[in-house]
Each structure stands twice: as C-alpha cells, then as structure tokens.
Design a protein around this ligand. Structure first.
Ligand code: NAP
Length: 249
C-alpha cells in the first residue's frame, strides 16, 4: 500500500514541469489527483493518461489560479471529483524577468497575481474541505530566489519571499486542526520556465550551485510526497530547500 493511499490531492499547474512530476509521484504513492492547468489542456490530459495507465486515478481541471472565481471553481471541482480534499500543492507559477529599471507594472502584477495571489485564492477556497480531512496538508512551491534574491527577478523574488511568509502565517492558523503547511524551495530545475534565460544567466546560476548541476523535476517531487504523507505529520511552517546546496542556512 502506498504512503498516500486513498488521499485526495489537488496540484495547481500540474500539466508541466515540477507540477507534472508532483502529480505523477503523488499518484505513484496512491493518491487520487486533480491535475490543474491554465492553458495547456493537452499536457494535462497526458499527465492524467500516464497516471491512469499506471492504474491510478486522476482528472484534469483547467482554471487560472489568479482569478478568484476560477480558483473557487477549481477547488469545488476537485472536491466533487475526489469526494474531499487532503492535499493541496500550490505549484502554479510564472516568471517575467527584467531588470527593475525596465520592469513594467504588468510584469510585476502578472507574477504576483499567479504566484502569490493565486496561492492565497486557492488555499482560501480549499480551507473548508481541508479542515474536514483528518490530516490536511498544504505545500507551497516557492524558490531559492525568494530567499537569496536574483538580479532581474525583483517581481519573482518578492512573490516567492511572500509565499514563505504566507506559509508560516497559515501554518500557525491551522496547526491546532492537524493541518500542516510547508514551503518547498527548489533551486535550478530543468523545466520550460528556464527557457527564456540567456546563456549568461544560466552560467551565472550554475556557478552558484555547489553540486554543479541542475536538477530534474523528479528530484523535487519526492519531498512534496513525503510532506504530504504521514511522515510529514509533525513538520509545519518550514521552508525546505531542494537546491543542490545553493542556500545553506
Ligand atoms: P513550468 O514548467 O513553466 O510550468 C508551469 C505550470 O504552471 C504549468 O503547468 C502551467 O500551466 C501552470 N500555470 C501557469 N500559470 C498558471 C495560472 N495562472 N493558473 C494555473 N496554472 C498556471 O514551470 P516549473 O519550472 O515547473 O515551475 C513550477 C513551480 O516551481 C513554479 O511555482 C516556479 O516558480 C517554481 N520553481 C521553479 C524553478 C525552476 O528552476 N524550474 C525553481 C524554483 C521554483 P499550463 O501548462 O496550462 O501553461
């Protein structure tokens, strides 16, 4: 029997990259999974098909986490599809990298709306169903950039740092109800999100990784699954890095 047998999980931005790997790992460990996506229905359908082929249970639900109505509809749809909710993974995220001098208001707003406000909206909508679970789990995907900063990412660093504060505040609110809330901070992971980076920016990032390599999304997912399971029952309010040693504190 898997670590997450029978658990109901919602993963935002589950269609690609790290979210995709999280959906596959949660399902591999026995969870029933809602794979959320924004615009890429085909990619989400592929994740659902992979899970079903392996004997698991999954359904794709589209919806923009930055939109309050869509976020509420997403959670409602997930609860209807799964009969409840035990695990919420706030993973959906975007970048709009530019030096501050050239950063537009929409670069700032887009990143904050998806990464930070989206997590607020989905988590708020999910709170009631999670309170009905005997062991609710909220996992927030932040970033090393929210801790160490990065030139060209003031919008993203601020949103990701905000998520760490959000995680700690909500962890304190719901700890007495047996819900844990933790952040996972990946370092430099090979996904579509790094495609817009210049060769120079990639070199600069690589120079900061003691393990001297990027990671695959599959190297982030097991920690999320651990936090989602019984082993994570007494861990809350933490920000745990999966970054090859980029941040050591
Ligand atoms: P990715 O490959 O670009 O995938 C992003 C995912 O988010 C996609 O599934 C996308 O859906 C979804 N998404 C984007 N905007 C959305 C919205 N408004 N509503 C719902 N879903 C939305 O990115 P990734 O690298 O896997 O990143 C996943 C998370 O990890 C992000 O929060 C990112 O900040 C964080 N992270 C990544 C790295 C890294 O190096 N890759 C490092 C640290 C942290 P569609 O497929 O429909 O577009």
């Amino acid at each position: 029997m898997g670590n997450l047998e029978g658990k109901a999980a919602l993963v935002t931005g589950g269609s690609r990259g790290i979210g995709r790997a999280i959906c596959l790992e949660l399902a591999r460990q026995g969870a029933r999974v809602v794979v959320n996506y924004h615009s890429n229905a085909e990619a989400a359908a592929e994740v659902v098909a992979r899970i079903k082929e392996a004997g698991g249970e999954a359904v794709a639900i589209g919806g923009d986490v930055a939109n309050a109505d869509a976020a509420a509809a997403l959670v409602k749809g997930a609860v209807e599809a799964l009969g409840g909710l035990d695990i919420l993974v706030n993973n959906a995220g975007i970048t709009r990298d530019r030096l501050l001098m050239r950063m537009s208001e929409s670069d700032w707003d887009d990143v904050h709306n998806t990464n930070l406000k989206g997590t607020f909206l989905v988590t708020k909508a999910a709170m009631r169903p999670l309170l009905r679970s005997s062991a609710g789990r909220i996992i927030v995907i932040t970033s090393v950039i929210g801790v160490m900063g990065n030139a060209g990412q003031a919008n993203y660093a601020a949103a990701k740092a905000g998520l760490i504060g959000f995680t700690r505040a909500v962890a304190r609110e719901v700890a007495s109800r047996a819900i844990t809330v933790n952040a996972v901070a990946p370092g430099f992971i090979e996904t579509d999100i790094i495609a817009p980076m210049s060769e120079e920016a990639i070199k600069g990032a690589m120079a900061q990784i003691p393990m001297e390599r990027m990671a695959k999304p599959e190297e982030v997912a097991p920690l999320v699954a651990f936090l989602a399971g019984d082993g994570g029952g007494y861990i809350t309010g933490q920000c745990i890095h999966v970054d090859g040693g980029m941040v050591m504190a």
